[in-house]
Design a protein around this ligand. Structure first.
Ligand code: GLN
Length: 283
């Protein structure tokens, strides 16, 4: 956009939305303009002719160019809402997905002790652990991640939200103190290494360590299911998010390992997106 172009909000938004290749181009543009101007999205509708200053136009155009290149909006804004919690995000972690809220819904409804000990494996931003801590403040929630920046980010998010989650650096269970949990949740990497989705959309900019797990996408899930019984109390639950075509495999893995009451649940898009099972050592 040349310097003498109009700088009304509507002109800026229209121009940006026409260049952004996304189903949500207009929304993306509004979020970016709101971010640089401090104006609300509703104000763009109420006062489309409002002009913003040149510095803000420049900042907006920089963000729009990065969005046109495909950078996810959440990374450009530096935050993403999950379970109504504003979370800081960075390119070191996966951006929390709305579908993962279905995993939180399932977890909060499980028959667990009032003071349940809970672990979120591979927490990233801390999204799942923080959502659980916000719903059940009396639960003792721990979280781990193998990436230093993720551990820092999850701790920062907990602090900013005033929620108590103990975040430690650990690759799955390997670095944890030997305690047993009533619930272990995880949204691990589960995409197969050659999957074409990896070269499309936002995932191109997300860390492979949070997305990819071997040739069938199940390497990390296999490890978690194999080791989880050593970390679960009697009657404790394991709840894992997985790909929409992996439910049958994950159910077989859990059943073969001796989990009971194994079942899969759907996400907002009606895809089988998570599987859970209960651990009883005597069975
Ligand atoms: N659900 C994400 C996607 O398909 C992947 C998340 C993950 O690997 N844990 O984009």
């Amino acid at each position: 956009m040349s310097t003498d172009s109009p700088k009304t909000c509507e002109a800026l938004l229209k121009d940006a939305a026409s260049r952004i290749q996304s189903e949500s181009a207009r929304l993306d543009a509004e979020l970016l303009l709101s971010h640089v101007s401090g104006l609300s999205r509703t104000s763009f509708r109420a006062w489309p002719e409002r002009e913003i200053d040149a510095g803000q136009v420049e900042a907006f155009e920089k963000l729009v160019s990065r969005r046109v290149e495909g950078q996810p909006v959440a990374y450009l804004l530096g935050h993403q809402e999950f379970w109504s919690l504003p979370l800081n995000v960075s390119s070191a972690t996966l951006i929390p997905r709305p579908d993962t809220e279905c995993l939180v819904e399932t977890a909060v409804d499980l028959p667990l002790p009032a003071d349940a000990r809970v672990l979120d494996l591979g927490t990233g931003t801390g999204a799942i652990a923080l959502a659980l801590a916000s719903e059940h403040p009396q639960w003792a929630v721990s979280a781990c991640d193998c990436v230093d920046e993720a551990v820092e980010l999850a701790r920062e998010n907990a602090l900013a939200l005033g929620l108590t989650v103990s975040v430690v650096k650990s690759s799955w269970f390997s670095g944890l103190k030997p305690v047993r949990f009533d619930l272990i949740v995880s949204n691990p990497p589960y995409i197969a290494s050659g999957d074409h989705h990896l070269s499309e959309g936002d995932v191109r900019f997300e860390p492979a360590s949070a997305l990819v797990s071997g040739t069938d996408g199940l390497d990390d899930i296999r490890l978690i299911i194999e080791q989880a019984p050593d970390w679960l109390n009697e009657g404790g639950w394991l709840l894992i998010e997985h790909g929409f075509e992996q439910a049958a495999s994950v159910r077989s893995l859990m059943t073969a390992r001796g989990f009971e009451a194994v079942e899969s649940r759907r996400d907002y898009g009606n895809c089988d997106r998570m599987t859970l099972g209960c651990w009883r050592s005597a069975s």
